[in-house]
Design a protein around this ligand. Structure first.
Ligand code: 5GP
Length: 238
């Protein structure tokens, strides 16, 4: 597969066209940003770790019947995937309260939620990714019909139903995560972007240690060591 011109550069990835109009290549960068780009850094090896973790998780989800954009991992920093029209809704799934949920609603940090919460954020850096309800999504024409919002929620819960027990088995609490979806060339809604410690929170079940991007957000250090630990557990190497 030939890597052609740069299509888009995001905070964590660059997207390249290929010689196949239905396929694109993501290059995972070592850059780190938080608080809507206000805090910036870079950690050597972070991009490769996220590419490898995402590859394993997309394969796991595909094996469980959840359609994703994943085609193959090309090398340490490159993933080949389907080209989609991205739906500009960040689907947030939460099992345990922390982060913006605790901050905004005063729910005790670390409280196990009575049921899995699914929320929508507007994928819009200029506006700071505000919360959306279904009517906002329809007024903004982020989807065509209510059915599609129902489908996003259903798919997000299916992802959680696969990932939560999977991570529990390797000693990690899947606290919360952000998913993105897109429409492929046939109009099917599929899971896109990445699934990595950059957009999931993982807490070690025994020690409570944070094994995700909160290490950077909260200035805890040891970010790549934690990401490598997540990958090693996934690969059964711990
Ligand atoms: P919170 O709303 O508590 O900040 O984030 C909830 C979950 O979604 C966390 O796992 C966080 O990593 C992820 N998340 C929410 N918004 C974003 C975003 O804009 N970028 C990334 N990488 N992750 C996000």
């Amino acid at each position: 597969m030939e890597k052609r011109e740069l299509l888009y550069e995001g905070k964590a990835k660059r997207l390249f066209l290929t010689d196949d109009e239905n396929l694109v290549i993501s290059e995972f960068k070592d850059d780190l940003t938080a608080f809507n780009g206000e805090k910036k850094s870079s950690e050597a090896g972070k991009g490769a770790l996220n590419n490898k973790i995402s590859t394993e998780l997309f394969k796991l989800l595909e094996a469980n019947g959840i359609p994703t954009h994943f085609v193959e991992m090309m090398d340490d920093n490159h993933m080949l995937h389907k080209k989609v029209d991205v739906i500009l809704i960040e689907v947030i799934v939460r099992n345990i309260a922390t982060g913006s949920l605790s901050r905004n609603l005063g729910i005790e940090d670390g409280k196990v939620l009575p049921f899995t919460l699914v929320e929508f954020d507007y994928k819009n850096d200029d506006l700071g990714d505000p919360k959306l309800n279904d009517q906002h999504c329809l007024i903004l024409e982020l989807v065509e019909h209510q059915d599609e919002l129902d489908k996003l929620r259903r798919m997000a819960r299916e992802v959680n139903d696969v990932l939560k027990p999977y991570f529990a088995k390797i000693g990690l609490n899947l606290v919360d995560f952000k998913l993105e979806f897109g429409k492929d060339s046939s109009g099917n809604i599929i899971l896109v972007d990445e699934i990595s410690p950059d957009n999931c929170r993982f807490w070690d079940i025994e020690s409570g240690e944070k094994m995700d991007k909160d290490r950077f957000r909260q200035g805890l250090g040891g970010l790549t060591v934690a990401y490598e630990q997540v990958l090693n557990r996934i690969l059964g190497k711990n």
